[in-house]
Design a protein around this ligand. Structure first.
Ligand SMILES: NC(=O)c1ccc[n+]([C@@H]2O[C@H](COP(=O)([O-])OP(=O)(O)OC[C@H]3O[C@@H](n4cnc5c(N)ncnc54)[C@H](OP(=O)(O)O)[C@@H]3O)[C@@H](O)[C@H]2O)c1
Length: 254
């Protein structure tokens, strides 16, 4: 596919450049600074991509980049959610702008675009319930409002998925193509985290669910490379089993 990658200079974005190329995609990187992107990538990789400079809060520029480059898919890794409930970041404005651009570009070309967005584990449901994990651990709450935007879209306007990782750590700072990873593939699950460990602890009045959620969180650390590989691999086909859903993941090799 031809993929517009918004936020290609970030921790996940830079690894997605390499992973998307490894999976045979064409990459159009949408970044604030092409110089920064060029400084991060090996010259042999930078030469293989198209770069568009712009601000990710500017929906019109993003839509123009999608249509002028004839992109089939968009991946947004731009913006970083504020940790604390009262914190504010640019992520909600970026998310809305990218989503508007994707939706409008799809309307213009009369075919919805495929789009991957990043959220966090907090928007996944506690297994077996319809209560979000962030009800028990109220951090990174901006992802909740972003998800509401996705869920309120009229059907057949954006073919979206939202990846909901726990902490992502780097395996390497070399971004060569093809990519290599010392870890295996991720195990994924729609709407709630895979392989959740249940315990009697959840029955402790008032704090049980929070304690158990906190105890589980550490088990969901994955690498940035694994997440990049997951998205790049999913985009190999137009039909995705993750369409219209949040996706929880765990490192199956641990
Ligand atoms: N890292 C984690 O452990 C983790 C875990 C769960 C979820 N997430 C979510 O995953 C996403 C990616 O995380 P990350 O660690 O890769 O983030 P990151 O390293 O902070 O990257 C953020 C990217 O956003 C770009 N950006 C910010 N504002 C922009 C704007 N106005 N216009 C264009 N680009 C803009 C930055 O560009 P510049 O280089 O120009 O600043 C950078 O490329 C985030 O939404 C985060 O909340 C991360």
């Amino acid at each position: 596919m031809k993929v517009l990658l918004v936020g290609a200079t970030g921790n996940l974005g830079i690894r997605l450049v390499a992973a998307l190329l490894t999976h045979g995609h064409s990459v159009v990187a949408f970044v604030r600074s092409s110089k920064k992107l060029e400084s991060l990538l090996p010259a042999s990789v930078y030469r293989q991509i198209t770069v568009v400079q712009g601000d990710a809060t500017d929906s019109i520029s993003i839509k123009k980049a999608i249509l002028e480059s004839s992109c089939d898919a968009v991946v947004n890794t731009a913006g970083l959610a504020a940790i604390l409930p009262w914190g504010r970041s640019e992520l909600p404005a970026i998310f809305r702008a990218v989503l508007d651009a994707v939706r409008e570009a799809g309307l213009d070309r009369q075919k919805p675009l495929r789009a991957w967005f990043l959220a966090g584990m907090g928007v996944l449901y506690y297994p077996g319930s319809e209560s979000m994990l962030s009800n028990y651990l109220p951090i990174y709450l901006e992802h909740r409002q972003n998800l509401r935007l996705l869920q309120s879209l009229p059907s057949n306007t954006v073919d979206w998925s939202a990846l909901c990782p726990g902490t992502m750590v780097p395996e390497s700072s070399h971004f060569n193509v093809p990519t290599t990873s010392s870890r295996g593939k991720l195990i994924a699950n729609a709407a709630s985290p895979p392989s959740w460990k249940d315990s009697w602890i959840k029955h402790i009045p008032l704090i049980g669910m929070t304690l158990l959620s906190g105890m589980n969180m550490g088990r969901y650390e994955t690498s940035l490379e694994q997440n990049a590989e997951f998205i790049a691999s999913d985009l190999e086909t137009y039909e995705s089993q993750w369409s219209g859903t949040t996706v929880g993941i765990i490192d199956g090799s641990k």
